[in-house]
Write a protein that binds this ligand. Structure first.
Ligand code: PGA
Length: 257
């Protein structure tokens, strides 16, 4: 049984005030049966860790260095440092980093490995561009991205990771893949992983991301191969984010009351 997971990616948004509002809103709910991860900018990780009382959300980062040791890597934050800041998850390979920071599949795989080695769960993002979607190439592109991380992490490393399917054309655009379309990609990822290891294919959590909102979350999470969501814009609003978490609980019959 895969535990549903909803992760909020604030991107370069939010403030100390947002940290306070979100932790206060979640302090009122029980979140057993579903994991709620909040990924603020790294500047606010300590504040989130400190304000998260009682511990209703799990702290996550938005990026990590591919270098796992200390060193002359100006501006970078290593996976062991994220552990010191109370992080248990880190997003890697988000399409904005792939595009704006030119991160390729190999870099993404190195970052995921650095996270796994430090005991931080990477949420590894994959997804096709609009042109690739229009050309009917979504599954090929996504499986290619998954293959690179599978090769780098191996089955044992992948068992400690989460995947997030985020069609690039759906991120921040208001356009979402239909639940059936998204589930077909998730099912294809599982079928691909099953060629290497059935247990991994059955147990890895695969989130959907891209314009998930309170209005469409329930239908997306109802799909059998969608285990939760990676939420951008809507995660900055405590009410909307709570509603999305409730939708995951309801769809997956988990408890958060
Ligand atoms: P969005 O972003 O929900 O604002 O589309 C999702 C993401 O980038 O992870």
């Amino acid at each position: 049984m895969r535990k549903p997971l909803v992760a909020g990616n604030w991107k370069m948004n939010g403030s100390i005030e947002t940290v306070k509002v979100i932790t206060k809103a979640f302090a009122k709910v029980e979140s057993d049966g579903i994991e709620v991860v909040v990924c603020p900018p790294s500047a606010y990780l300590s504040a989130l860790h400190a304000a998260n009382q009682p511990k209703r959300v799990v702290v996550g980062a938005q990026d990590v260095s591919a270098y796992s040791a200390f060193g002359a890597y100006t501006g970078q934050v290593s996976a062991p440092m994220l552990v010191d800041l109370g992080c248990r998850y880190v997003i890697v390979g988000h399409s904005e980093r792939r595009t704006l920071c030119h991160e390729d599949d190999e870099t993404v795989a190195k970052k995921a490995l650095a996270a796994v080695n430090a005991g931080v769960t990477p949420i590894i993002c994959v997804g096709e561009s609009l042109a690739e979607y229009k050309a009917g190439n979504s599954i090929n592109i996504v499986l290619g991205q998954v293959e690179v991380v599978l090769n780098a992490l191996g089955v044992s490393g992948m068992q400690k990771a989460v995947l997030a399917y985020e069609p690039v054309w759906a991120i921040g655009t208001g356009l979402s893949a239909s639940p059936q379309e998204a589930n077909a990609v998730h099912a294809a990822i599982r079928a691909f992983l099953a060629k290497t290891d059935n247990h991994l294919a059955d147990n890895i959590r695969i989130l959907y991301g891209g314009s998930v909102k309170p209005e469409n979350a329930g239908d997306l999470f109802q799909e059998p191969d969608i285990d939760g969501g990676l939420i951008g814009g809507a995660s900055l609003n405590a009410g909307a984010f709570l509603t999305i978490c409730e939708a995951a609980k309801k769809a997956k019959h988990a408890s958060i009351s």
